[in-house]
Design a protein around this ligand. Structure first.
Ligand code: NAD
Ligand code: UGA
Length: 447
């Protein structure tokens, strides 16, 4: 059992803290957002993440986790002084595509000013290569009196929507440090998870995180490029991905063609890696292509709508008088996260063309309402479909996988369905009377 402090109670900090508490450790989570901390103290979740609420409440009740806005409370609790401090604050995209480190700086300064005993500071936020050394300098230069500490990089690989499972059953745990003993102390925490633990140097650990996200994003852009070619040549990308995926060297994962990647991670991390390369005078050609293909994936969905129901107006009124239903607002299923959400981007493009948009998402409506303007947010799927000239399936929520096609057909003004997630069988949709377009399903349109 270890005493752990976690700085930042968002997707990563809250899941990390809760899972470590569930493994029997004593955890205090710190956040600067008072409302968030107050809610968490009362068992109210700031995010939608399957299984999280129950786990937080259970560990609060068992006295293994608590929440505070005070660094002193978190680090210097006299009964349980923190031994290990995780930094899990946000690192959003900066103006030039770089990772914005102001929250990491502030967390490091607060730790340095507050700590009254030796600590291992573990960076879990996704940060540019070299940040571990930078954090070390900040702490050293901010401490009022020198107190020993070590910095360890421990990038996080969990996915939103599957965060607890991913955390508890990791494919690997990566630890980077110049201090082997500090890395071993962190490794002890992860032993109960029985996954492989790799210890390397700080900079390599930081790079493993960016390289992993960039590789997964590359797989997605690769399959979207293949999808585009499939459409032109009359092949079906779903079958292509299945056929490729049987090869163990390739694997089927992350070969779903669609709207391209969104979310708070891939877009900013691919961009930040390209930025790091550019700063070093390298030309990251592959990363640039990955990003361009990703932007195109969203545009191609809008082009399909225009081609099927657009009028011949200028770009300002190509969809004037048309009503479009959008099913799903989150960047993927099982989350309420709308950061860099593809559906929201697509809605804005449709609106720029003069379309009226009505939308529904099972959990992301509240967050989306803060970003969207002039969109009718509907109570359920069928309200979002009613009266539409076209419907876009934008997020792969389970409840969109089995729609009542007859009811849908009756409700729509024209039965046009653009399936941005390839959830439906093109032939079945045609048979049900729909004009249907998936992504990369050339076979269906050619026949
Ligand atoms: P988030 O925005 O959900 O949460 C960050 C939290 O940190 C917020 O609650 C914020 O109030 C708090 N915070 C900011 N500055 C603080 C400070 N100085 N002291 C205390 N609290 C502070 O972010 P997230 O999605 O959890 O991401 C955190 C980091 O983890 C990012 O670097 C991200 O790239 C990385 N990451 C995210 C995921 C994911 O699925 N979201 C997965 C792996 C890695
Ligand atoms: C991603 C990584 O999968 C995590 O390992 C990583 O920890 C995290 O980023 C991070 O660094 O923050 P996440 O963004 O939660 O996790 O979601 P993913 O499941 O990876 O999906 C990302 C985006 O790619 C979504 O918009 C999804 O719809 C899209 N996607 C995914 C595809 O378009 N096709 C696919 O085959 C897979």
């Amino acid at each position: 059992m270890k005493n752990i402090a976690v700085i930042g109670s968002g997707y990563v900090g809250l899941v990390t803290g809760t899972c470590f508490a569930d493994l029997g450790n004593s955890v205090i989570c710190v956040d600067i957002n008072e409302e968030r901390v107050h809610d968490l103290q009362n068992g109210i979740m700031p995010i939608y993440e399957p299984g999280l609420e129950e786990m937080v409440r259970r560990n609060i009740a068992a006295g293994r986790i608590r929440f505070t806005t005070s660094y002193a409370d978190a680090l210097n609790d006299t009964a349980k002084p923190a031994e290990l401090v995780f930094i899990a604050v946000n690192t959003p995209m900066g103006v030039d595509g770089e990772a914005e480190l102001r929250y990491v700086r502030s967390a490091a300064e607060s730790i340095a000013k507050t700590m009254d005993h030796s600590l291992v500071i573990i960076n879990k936020s996704t940060v540019p290569v070299g940040t571990g050394d930078w954090v070390s300098d900040i702490v050293k230069n901010t401490q009022p009196t020198p107190i020993p500490f070590s910095v360890v990089s421990n990038p996080e690989f969990l996915r939103e929507g599957a965060a607890i499972t991913d955390f508890m059953a990791p494919d690997r745990v990566v630890l980077g440090s110049l201090n082997e003993e500090a890395a071993q102390r962190v490794a002890q925490l992860y032993l109960p998870l029985r996954g492989p633990i790799m210890i390397t140097d700080l900079r390599t650990a930081e790079m493993i995180k960016y390289a992993s996200n960039a590789f997964l994003a590359t797989k997605i852009s690769f399959i979207n490029e293949i999808a585009n070619i499939c459409e032109a040549l009359g092949a079906d990308v779903k079958e292509v991905a299945a056929g490729m995926g049987y090869d163990k060297r390739i694997g089927r994962a992350f070969l779903d063609a669609g709207l391209g990647y969104g979310g708070s991670c891939f877009p900013k991390d691919v961009k930040a890696l390209a930025h790091m390369a550019n700063v070093q005078g390298k030309h990251p050609q592959l990363l640039e292509a990955v990003m361009m293909i990703n932007t195109d994936a969203r545009r191609l969905i809008v082009s399909k709508v225009r081609n099927l129901i657009g009028n011949n107006g200028t770009h300002l009124n190509r969809l004037e008088g048309r009503t479009i239903g959008v099913l799903g607002l989150a960047f993927k299923a099982n989350t309420d996260d709308i950061r860099e959400s593809q559906p929201i981007d697509i809605i804005r493009m449709l609106q720029a063309d003069g379309a009226k948009v009505q939308a529904y998402d099972p959990v992301a409506m509240k967050n989306a309402s803060q970003l969207l303007q002039n969109v009718r947010l509907c109570e359920d799927t069928y309200e979002a479909i009613a009266g539409c000239d076209a419907v876009i399936l934008a997020t792969e929520w389970n409840e969109f996988k089995n729609l009542d096609l007859e009811r849908m057909h009756k409700l729509m003004r024209t039965p046009v369905v653009i399936d941005g997630r390839n959830l439906y069988d093109p032939q079945a949709m045609s048979a049900a009377g729909f004009i249907y377009r998936g992504v990369g399903r050339g076979y269906a349109t050619a026949n």
